[in-house]
Write a protein that binds this ligand. Structure first.
Ligand code: CA2
Length: 147
């Protein structure tokens, strides 16, 4: 069974430590646990990097052996043409995810490049958006939890 790849960008390893009014108090480790629970027996790769080339490498790995990509590219969402180009190579479903509602924030956060390659977008649901994205991904790739 091909894994679902959950990819997280810069600074998300610091979740739960600062700006709880925007990003909540849930840590990335807790989010990983939520995602694994939502995935059931379906394999899941959960990764975070502060480095753009590493994230691009992980997208390439997903192109070769991934069922679906869930990506919170953090600030790279708005700047990274290389991430957009890599995502365009992926033949399966891509869910873009943001903890905060980027559209309610400053204009700087409005023009997502990732959206231009995404199948669907989940924003503003906090950490709970992650397990919801995993559930949606299981549907998109045609499998139910535990199957
Ligand atoms: O809401 C999201 O998930 C974001 O992708 C988070 C990014 C931001 O640049 C996007 O516009 C929206 C920033 C992540 C920063 O992570 C922090 C972690 C701990 C404390 C403060 C920031």
């Amino acid at each position: 069974m091909k894994p679902i790849h959950v990819l997280n960008g810069p600074n998300l390893n610091r979740l739960g430590t600062r700006e709880p009014e925007i990003y909540g108090t849930t840590t990335l480790a807790e989010i990983e646990t939520m995602c694994r629970r939502a995935a059931g027996r379906h394999p899941l790769r959960f990764l975070q990097s502060n480095a753009e080339p590493e994230i691009i490498g992980w997208i390439h790995e997903a192109v070769d052996e991934g069922a679906g990509i869930i990506i919170n590219a953090a600030a790279l969402t708005f700047t990274s043409l290389p991430i957009l180009d890599a995502l365009k190579m992926f033949p399966g479903p891509i869910i873009e995810l943001h903890i905060s509602n980027i559209h309610r924030r400053e204009p700087l956060y409005h023009n997502s490049l990732v959206s231009k390659a995404a199948t669907a977008v989940i924003v503003g649901l906090g950490a709970k958006g992650y397990p919801l994205a995993v559930g949606a991904m299981l549907e998109l790739i045609g499998r139910q939890k535990g199957r």
